[in-house]
Design a protein around this ligand. Structure first.
Ligand code: NI
Length: 167
């Protein structure tokens, strides 16, 4: 296993729409990538990580929202098939934008479909932190960052704050 380099704000790969990924049943390369993504996520104390964040423009995410007793899982080609009408605000950060966080409004519940690493269909009915995390990670696959979900004023303020700490 290996800890991968996490791409940060400004990296072009974070702004690209990632390509679909084909599970092949047995794929040692995919298995190793998933292991490395988990290790990278745990090392950075994150609860989710999308492949573009480690420089790989593929539709793959790993998630471990342990506060709700959820098991860790990897999801290929995840998509939101239903979003609840009720919205909820919650604090979010991102491993690609270190030390910056903000309250983001999102649907409180979502239904997500995708494939597990073996290619089996998966359907997840999520609420709370899991729903938020899934939406945040799926956004990454479309080149969207949580900053984009904020008002322009708030976003500019946070980008300035981020640039300041980076310099
Ligand atoms: Ni993120």
């Amino acid at each position: 296993m290996a800890i991968l380099k996490i791409e940060t704000l400004g990296a072009e790969v974070l702004r690209r729409r990632a390509h679909e990924i084909q599970p092949s049943g047995e794929d040692p390369e995919l298995d190793r990538l998933i292991e490395d993504m988990f290790e990278t996520m745990y090392d950075a104390h994150g609860i989710g990580l999308a492949a573009p964040q480690v420089g790989i423009s593929r539709r793959l995410i790993v998630v471990h929202v342990n506060e709700e007793g959820e098991e860790p899982f990897a999801l290929l080609n995840p998509r939101i098939v239903e979003a609840g009408k009720a919205k909820e605000k919650g604090e979010e950060g991102c491993l690609s934008i270190p030390n910056i966080s903000a309250a983001v409004e999102r649907p409180a519940t979502v239904v997500v479909e995708g494939l597990d690493p073996k290619g089996n269909e998966v359907r997840i009915e999520a609420e709370g932190m899991l729903a938020r995390c899934l939406q945040h990670e799926i956004d990454h696959l479309d080149g969207i960052l949580f900053l984009d979900r904020l008002s322009p004023l708030k976003r500019n303020m946070l980008v300035k704050k981020y640039r300041k700490q980076e310099s």
